[in-house]
Design a protein around this ligand. Structure first.
Ligand code: PNS
Length: 173
């Protein structure tokens, strides 16, 4: 007999997926994972972490608004911010799958730890990893912030709206 999660994955119409992250700001690498999740599953929620312990470049509301501009071509994706544990947020929005991108081997240990702890906290929620596209394997929000801070070219790394928002943040106009 099939396990409960096997049956769930086979009937993907029942899946509500979360793509969680800090998104400070959203990059083309994030967007690629969100687009691929949106092509596979009927409902995708981008969960934006509001972490009071961190000092992000963009406020949580700015990050949510920027993501909305980047995902406006995806009708089955919505953007919601959360604080606290990801699994509590997932339960609140009745999501049953966490979708994350994996870049290089360096991501693996951290993501493995997170996935196993999330599974321990919420056994009913699955975590799925998608390998990032080759061209984005070097990309992160912190790299984008660093290049943008010093006026470098980030055109291939973020959407035009994010590029503009970074210029305004760093007053490079
Ligand atoms: O984009 P990031 O910063 O790599 O995203 C990390 C994120 C938001 C997915 C992760 O920090 C997270 O889930 N934070 C919420 C707190 C939580 O649930 N921690 C895991 C306990 S095992």
């Amino acid at each position: 007999m099939l396990e409960r999660t096997d049956r769930l994955i086979m009937d993907n119409q029942k899946i509500r997926a979360i793509c969680p992250g800090s998104f400070d700001p959203i990059t083309r690498g994030h967007l690629d994972i969100i687009e691929r999740a949106a092509a596979l599953f009927p409902q995708v929620i981008v969960g934006v972490l509001q972490n009071p312990g961190k000092n992000p470049l963009f406020s949580v509301q700015e990050r949510v608004d920027l993501i909305k501009t980047a995902i406006k071509h995806l009708p089955n994706v919505e953007v919601v911010f959360f604080s606290g544990l990801l699994v509590d947020f997932a339960r609140k929005v009745e999501a049953n799958l966490i979708v994350k991108g994996l870049r290089a081997i360096s991501d693996f240990e951290y993501e493995f730890q997170m996935a196993l702890n999330n599974k321990r906290l919420a056994p009913e929620i699955e975590t799925m990893f998608m390998m990032t596209k080759n061209e984005y394997s070097f990309l992160s929000s912190s790299v984008v912030r660093e290049i943008a801070r010093y006026g470098g070219n980030i055109r291939d790394l973020v959407t035009p709206e994010i590029e503009e928002a970074l210029k305004v943040k760093f007053m490079l106009k």
